[in-house]
Design a protein around this ligand. Structure first.
Ligand SMILES: Cc1ncc(COP(=O)(O)O)c(C=O)c1O
Length: 436
């Protein structure tokens, strides 16, 4: 009789893991106040005192800016909207290029397309998984407008070198910090390291309000443009007296008062929630660090990680079996899950498929049927945009062979829960011969 659950043995874990629930009484009480006021939003899409939104939205923005030590915080209805605002605010022209990351949630790479600009993928670092500065440098051309860096899985991007490179070439740095609030690099919060930073408040994140996003910047002009794009710019600029009409096509990206009330309270919980993640990670790493086929993830020098996910590097040369088989065996020891929060926690083969392999890039079909904007950009810029397999070898090796991600560090898990997760790795390793 096999010991491994994958081959018919008993599972280590026979119950679901507790869901992650960072919301409590404070969020309920604050949103109740908004409910009682009956004002769920107070934005007006014209030049009026309500152009900047209602009291709770503005209180949240003030609190967020103070917390992260930044001049402006601008709430929006998602980090996706925030990315779109940012690409517009930096003045992106149609057919210009924006350097993006292939290992991130899709919106951080497709955002340039909203302005008919071209996403150009650079490769990532083999140990920290963020954009690699050398690879970015190789992709810079006379058409590059900006770099969208991502603090992936909670790791701060290499701001020291990437910001210097951007400065040298006159490029904007848009920092997608959706997965890394409260992380730091050299004492400075992530999100505030680039020209514009972006946080997400969707319900998978460390803190959340269901949906929502926040933009931050120290630049007054960018802050003004971000607020215009958030709220019907074209109807506002004339009365407001804004002369620069570049990308002043506005959207409705406004956050509601209820979401702002929830986010206001959530911000107070950010630090303790992340400290608990860090404590759980220390425990997990301490128990797994001696497994000879696993490398614990690196935290960038001078950095503090916020562990949206935790990622091991797996060495097939030691186990003699492919990572996917190993992960399958680990998952079989735990409860089967869906991606719903209440259904458990995943252990993943890699993170997301390198984004240039998505059909939108493989077929170059975004708007209409004729390949726009690539068809025009390729003519105008005299180059062909290549999204074929192999353009970012590091990310492909990580994703298809080496990286194992998981979220078994979430607050609310007990020591017993963590032990079940850890023991599933140890058990599979001790019985690895059964898989060979
Ligand atoms: C890195 C990253 N960027 C952007 C987003 C988009 O966030 P939202 O769902 O708030 O639009 C996400 C969401 O998962 C993300 O992980």
């Amino acid at each position: 009789m096999s010991k491994l659950a994958l081959l018919g043995g008993e599972k280590i874990r026979k119950e679901k893991f507790p869901p992650y629930k960072p919301i409590g009484e404070e969020e309920f009480e604050h949103s109740k106040k908004v409910f009682e006021s009956s004002i769920f939003s107070r934005f007006l899409g014209c030049w009026h005192e309500d152009f900047y939104g209602g009291p709770t939205v503005q209180e949240l923005e003030k609190k967020w800016a103070e917390y992260f030590g930044v001049k402006h915080a601008i709430s929006v209805n998602s980090a996706t909207s925030a990315l779109y605002c940012a690409v517009g605010a930096v003045g992106t022209e149609p057919f210009e290029e924006v350097i993006v990351c292939p290992y991130t949630m899709c919106a951080s790479a497709t955002a340039p397309l909203i302005y008919n600009a071209i996403p150009v993928f650079a490769d990532v670092e083999p140990d920290c998984f963020c954009l690699d500065v050398k690879s970015i440098e190789e992709r810079i051309t006379d058409k590059t407008r900006a770099i969208i860096v991502v603090d992936i899985l909670g790791q701060p991007y290499n701001a020291t070198e990437i910001n210097a490179l951007a400065k040298k070439h006159g490029l904007y740095v848009i920092e997608d910090c959706a997965q890394a609030p409260y992380a730091k690099l050299n004492g400075q919060y992530t999100g505030t390291l680039g020209d514009i930073g972006i946080y997400s408040l969707n319900y998978h994140k460390h803190i959340h309000s269901g949906e929502g996003g926040i933009l931050v910047t120290n630049n007054d002009e960018l802050a003004n443009r971000l607020k215009l794009i958030r709220n019907h710019a074209e109807a506002v600029v004339e009365a407001k007296g804004d002369k620069d009409l570049t990308n002043m096509v506005g959207y409705n990206y406004r956050m509601t008062e209820i979401e702002a009330a929830i986010a206001y309270e959530q911000l107070d919980k950010l630090a303790p929630l992340i400290e608990e993640r860090r404590k759980n990670i220390r425990y997990i790493e301490d128990r797994l660090k001696d497994l000879p086929f696993l490398t614990m993830p690196k935290v960038r020098e001078g950095g503090e990680h916020s562990y949206y996910q935790h990622a091991f590097l797996y060495d097939e040369n030691v186990t003699g079996i492919h990572r996917n088989k190993f992960v399958e065996a680990v998952c079989a020891e735990l409860m089967p899950i869906t991606l719903r929060e209440t259904e458990g926690i995943k252990v993943g083969c890699g993170y997301v498929k390198p984004l240039y392999l998505l059909p939108i890039y493989q077929n170059k079909i975004a708007y209409g049927t004729k390949g726009f904007p690539w068809n025009y950009a390729e003519k105008e810029n005299g180059r062909v945009y290549d999204y074929s397999k192999g353009i970012c070898p590091v990310v492909e090796d990580l994703h298809f062979n080496k990286l194992i991600s998981h979220e078994y560090m979430r607050p609310g898990l007990t020591k017993n829960d963590l032990d079940d997760f850890i023991n599933s790795f140890i058990k599979v390793w001790e019985n690895i011969d059964e898989l060979r």
